[in-house]
Design a protein around this ligand. Structure first.
Ligand code: CTP
Length: 279
């Protein structure tokens, strides 16, 4: 407890505040203005905002009491101890989905292979590297979840052999043989048929051509309730940018074409659809 080492007056005041139901954020440990390294730093504004956001949504959000698993980022498939294969996914859309689900009051587990994106306050983050690790984490996490939002860009193939030593250039240009990764959504579909959860599964399709036909095929092949299709060949939609232009596809409804919007707004639209699907 960060207050243990503090002055008795501070400790007593903190206890009084706790008794009155106040929620305390921080202080954090680190360098202080006095030059000391100790407990006493203000929490970062992002954390303060995140905690406030969480408190406001917790009580009466439309997804209060629901458990949502979100995946994000591109997986990394090892070639040797220093190199890997990956893709252009930044994880931004997945993190925005996690935040939107938290804002709606859900309990969120974020299975993430993204790097350099700050996770939203309140999400339980499971960091993974490879598609196989992501598959294991997702299959375990969805067992008691209501919803899976599969926004990660999972590598379809991985190197068949992972060299235990760094591959040296004296050996000449290596030929890297690839082998298929499991399709995580198909594994989830199988487990869901056997065990019943999650109730709602949403997939994402990044396409560069024949958007509706390709995404519609994935909707059926992966047993999804909803697929979010986007054309990643446009400069203002898809990888690494803050905006997206998506089409929502369901088996039993006309495609819904959403206009260009921020990834946060896209996430809120998707979470809104999830609420309807759960209801
Ligand atoms: N996906 C998955 N497991 C994989 C590959 C993809 O669960 N091994 C999921 C993605 O997270 C996404 C959806 O399937 O929600 C569609 O991913 P995408 O890469 O567009 O589809 P693929 O099945 O890989 O088809 P293709 O690469 O031929 O477009």
């Amino acid at each position: 407890d960060v207050y243990k080492r503090q002055h008795p007056a501070t400790a007593a005041n903190v206890a009084t505040l706790n008794e009155r139901g106040a929620v305390l954020v921080g202080p954090e440990e680190g360098h202080l203005a006095s030059g000391l390294v100790a407990v006493g730093r203000m929490s970062e504004p992002a954390r303060l905002l995140g905690e406030v956001r969480l408190l406001l949504s917790r009580q009466n959000g439309p997804l209060a009491g629901r458990k949502i698993v979100v995946t994000a980022g591109g997986t990394r498939e090892a070639i040797d101890p220093v190199r890997y294969l990956t893709n252009r996914s930044s994880g931004k859309q997945g993190y925005a989905l996690a935040q939107a689900a938290l804002d709606a009051g859900a309990e969120v587990t974020l299975v993430s292979s993204a790097v350099g994106v700050a996770p939203p306050t309140g999400a339980t983050v499971i960091a993974v590297d490879s598609a196989q690790e992501m598959a294991d984490a997702v299959l375990a996490a969805v067992r008691d979840a209501d919803v899976l939002l599969m926004a990660a860009a999972v590598a379809d193939f991985r190197p068949a052999q992972v060299s235990q030593q760094k591959i040296k250039k004296e050996g000449g240009a290596p030929v890297i043989e690839l082998t298929p990764n499991p399709d995580i959504l198909q594994l989830v579909w199988k487990q869901r048929e056997a065990e019943g959860s999650p109730q709602v599964v949403v997939g994402f399709a990044a396409e560069t051509q024949d958007l509706l036909a390709n995404a519609g095929g994935k909707l059926t092949r992966k047993g999804l309730d909803l697929i979010v299709a986007n054309n990643v060949s446009q400069a203002d939609a898809g990888f690494a940018v803050d905006t997206n232009r998506v089409t929502l596809l369901r088996a039993d409804a006309e495609p819904e074409i959403l206009p260009l919007m921020g990834k946060n707004a896209v996430a809120e639209e998707i979470v809104g659809r999830v609420e309807l699907l759960l209801a």
